[in-house]
Design a protein around this ligand. Structure first.
Ligand SMILES: [Zn+2]
Length: 219
């Protein structure tokens, strides 16, 4: 069985062919789809999709990019949405210190508050982390036990192991296929010439995939 655990079918990019995309994924063998809410509007649309299709489920969340405008009223609305049928997780939530579309000092309290919501409803969380590994981990640790998937994994082997030690799932996405900048080349252990591709921090995400147990891996 294949479950696509992280779709954004509510995004305007799908306005022209949303229905076809959904039908095509079914034809190709996707049994279930989890559509991820990353804004208030997106969370509402996610629930709408889940109402329309029996094989689609929803999550509701406020992406760290939303943090500067996520006031208490917005969080209260989200909390009501979280109690609707077919909402299976809170997310995506987390920290993004790479794009910094919202201030880190606003991102952290929002992340903590939404983790609290997840715990009060006994729901797992979908974590977005970009260049914020240390703060992400310390906030998650304050809220254990919690079930989480660290979505679109980026980071190094140490961070991967810390996530696995906490019992989290890890998801790798298309970024493992990106032709990242070539920083190193040499021979692999079998003696073949091998071009090793690494990201700008020197991490080869494909190697981290191999270190992730299959029962902890989402795609
Ligand atoms: Zn996402």
């Amino acid at each position: 069985m294949l479950i696509d655990t992280h779709c954004h079918l509510d995004f305007p990019e799908f306005d022209r062919d949303r229905e076809e995309v959904i039908q095509r994924s079914r034809q190709e063998g996707i049994d279930y789809i989890v559509n991820i809410g990353s804004s208030l509007k997106g969370s509402e649309q996610s629930i709408e999709l889940a109402k329309r299709y029996d094989f689609i489920y929803a999550t509701v969340g406020l992406h760290p990019h939303e943090a500067d405008r996520a006031d208490q009223a917005m969080q209260n609305t989200l909390s009501d949405l979280a109690k609707q049928d077919k909402v299976v997780a809170i997310g995506e939530i987390g920290l993004d210190y790479f794009k910094n579309y919202s201030k880190p000092e606003n991102q952290r309290p929002l992340f903590k508050s939404l983790l609290g919501l997840a715990k009060s409803l006994n729901l797992p969380v979908v974590i977005h982390n970009r260049e914020a590994q240390s703060d992400t981990l310390s906030i998650l640790k304050e809220n254990m036990p919690i079930k989480a998937v660290v979505h679109c994994f980026s980071g190094d082997e140490k961070f991967l192991n810390q996530c696995l030690d906490l019992g989290f799932f890890v998801s790798f996405t298309c970024n493992i296929t990106y032709p990242v900048k070539l920083l190193n080349s040499g021979r692999d252990p079998a003696g073949r010439n091998k071009m090793i591709q690494r990201d700008r921090k020197g991490v080869d995400l494909k190697e981290l995939v191999k270190l992730t147990p299959l029962n902890r891996l989402m795609l």
